[in-house]
Ligand binder design. Sequence first.
Ligand SMILES: Nc1ncnc2c1ncn2[C@@H]1O[C@H](COP(=O)(O)OP(=O)(O)OP(=O)(O)O)[C@@H](O)[C@H]1O
Ligand SMILES: [Mg+2]
Length: 348
Amino acid sequence: MPLIEVNEVRKVFETTVRRQGRFGTLASLFRPEKRQVAAVEQISFAIERGESVAYLGPNGAGKSTTIKMLTGILEPSAGSVEVAGLIPHRNRKRSSYQIGVVFGQRSQLLFDLPVKDSYELLRYMYSVSWERYHSNLKEFADILEVEHLMDRPVRTLSLGQRMRCEILAALLHDPDILFLDEPTIGLDVVAKERIRSFIEKINREKGVTLLLTTHDMNDIERLCHRTMIIDKGRLIYDGSLQYIKDNFATERQIRAAFSDVQAARAAALIFHGRPGVAVEIEEQVVRVTYDQQQTDTSELLKLLLDKANPRDLTMQDESVDALISRIYREGLEERPKNRLLAAEGALR
Ligand SMILES: Nc1ncnc2c1ncn2[C@@H]1O[C@H](COP(=O)(O)OP(=O)(O)OP(=O)(O)O)[C@@H](O)[C@H]1O
Ligand SMILES: [Mg+2]
């Protein structure tokens, strides 16, 4: 049986619309106009024990709303949610023993108290034995490198230090599932990396099931074997990131460096007007971007080598970042053939 099961779930929020003008404000006061917003629409998925799943989508897609339903903070408007055999919003307390939650934008630590006081409170709330508590604290604090922060009031910590303490807090009671809502938001590269390797470790070594929302593609490449993409409340993809890369990352770029700007301009002209090929010049570097399904790499390289004299050539596939944001913009179904043409103005 899957550890997490979501069936045809919807979440509708009701908001009050404010009317314009003085009379509008008055009218809104007596007869408020309500509008329903569906944040999540008919979503279904199942996650097995031990999986590590990325939950992606543009701003406002419904990711946090889904996580809030999975953690019992919100009740679905329709459909069913089951997490570790429990209905989260109905069994919030029992459910909380099985899950750990980290919201990058919110804290579960008490701001004015030393970090350790929050941990001791959590130990008490989750009835973790002192023995278990000390061994978890030691193990996690060691890897997350937070031992030296234990006596510091939370409000004095940097964002990166606090996030590491938050993740530790979410794991003190040995949950089976860890929900992470943008755990690396706002962190520097080193802090992100430290958090990633920790999360990877607890998934691999302790079998903790992960569901992670993020806008950082490195998080996903590193941590998740499965990717779900939600857009406007609907699940539009559920599968591996590799499949998306293999089937949708069709853009590639050749970067050719020349000895001077003149040579670069001359080389750029070779590609001018070719359908599906966009050319950009920056100083003595020419970037040729094309769709691999429409244009052969070898053909472009041959042209470059025959008709120009590049000093250096490198090739790059579309980054996962660019790919995912293209999917957000264009969806997975449509494959606009000449999307590169827009960039051709670069040669003017
Ligand atoms: N309490 C609420 N009341 C009304 N509307 C809400 C509420 N919470 C969320 N929404 C709306 O539901 C939609 C989904 O929001 P949600 O926070 O789930 O998005 P998200 O995918 O987490 O986005 P982000 O990447 O910005 O965190 C948005 O349009 C949001 O404005
Ligand atoms: Mg969110």
